[in-house]
Structure formats: structure tokens, C-alpha cells
Design a protein. Structure first.
Length: 147
């Protein structure tokens, strides 16, 4: 069974090991402090550690686009992928989304990310038929889900 929790300063080493190998521990701890303000670019932003049996296996986050719409993303550590954690974490995140009063999740998924494409379809997201280019120049599909 998975659970979600906010990040703690002690999580810096795990984050460094799995996601941020080029960052220092103090820099990651600063990032955790910023995350725990629940604001990014003047918008609601919340990020959670994904835990399996008290062991961190990834992260999930919400970012507000409007009063009713957020994007939701999961990043499961490479060694933990393929175990169903992404789907479980996204289902938990959808509950958080609904509790916070949001009605719509809109996600960008890279066209070359087969695992994420399959995950979104498995979870009942509807894909826009067009291909878009995101801010980093990658081709993406838009996936939408009413909550």
C-alpha cells in the first residue's frame, strides 16, 4: 500500500541518490523548504513523497493552472518502475486534487514516453488528438480528466 507525505529535510539524501545527483545536500534542503511553502511561480504547488512501506519510491506533484484546473505528475524512481506505483500514486493524488476543490486535471505527456501514455489511458484520462510542443521543445499530448 502506498502513502503520500510532504518532504522532510532528512529526505535530501534520497532525493540526491535518485533524482538530483549533481545537487548538494544543502541545495536540496533549500528546495524542500521551497516546496513546503506550497507555492511556485505565485500558484498553488504541492509535492509529495510516494512511500511504499515507509520507503520512498518516487514523487507526485500538483500545480495549479486556474481555480478549477491543475496538472498532476508522478515520477517513480527508475529501480521502482514497473511495480504499479505510478498508477497507485496518481489515484491517491486525484483524491487530494478533489479534496482541494479542483475539478479538472490537465497533463502534458511526451509522445515518446510510452509508460506515461499507457498510465494516463489506464487511469481514464482523455487524450486530445493534436500534438503540441512544450516549453522545452518536446512533442506532447494533452491528457484531461474530470475529477
Amino acid at each position: 500500500m502506498l502513502t503520500l507525505r510532504h518532504f522532510e529535510q532528512e529526505d535530501a539524501e534520497t532525493l540526491r541518490s535518485f533524482l538530483y545527483p549533481d545537487m548538494t545536500i544543502p541545495d536540496i534542503q533549500d528546495m524542500i523548504r521551497q516546496w513546503n511553502t506550497f507555492v511556485h511561480a505565485d500558484r498553488y504547488f504541492e509535492i509529495f513523497a510516494v512511500l511504499s512501506e515507509k520507503r520512498m519510491v518516487g514523487t507526485v506533484s500538483l500545480y495549479e493552472h486556474s481555480r478549477n484546473m491543475v496538472s498532476a505528475g508522478a515520477e517513480i524512481f527508475r529501480d521502482e518502475q514497473g511495480k504499479g506505483y505510478g498508477a497507485q500514486a496518481m489515484i491517491l493524488l486525484e483524491k487530494v486534487t478533489k479534496e482541494k476543490g479542483y475539478r479538472l486535471i490537465l497533463n502534458q505527456v511526451r509522445t515518446d514516453n510510452g509508460a506515461s501514455l499507457r498510465l494516463h489511458e489506464k487511469l481514464g484520462y482523455e487524450r486530445d488528438s493534436s500534438i503540441y510542443c512544450n516549453q522545452r521543445g518536446h512533442e506532447v499530448y494533452l491528457y484531461i480528466k474530470l475529477i
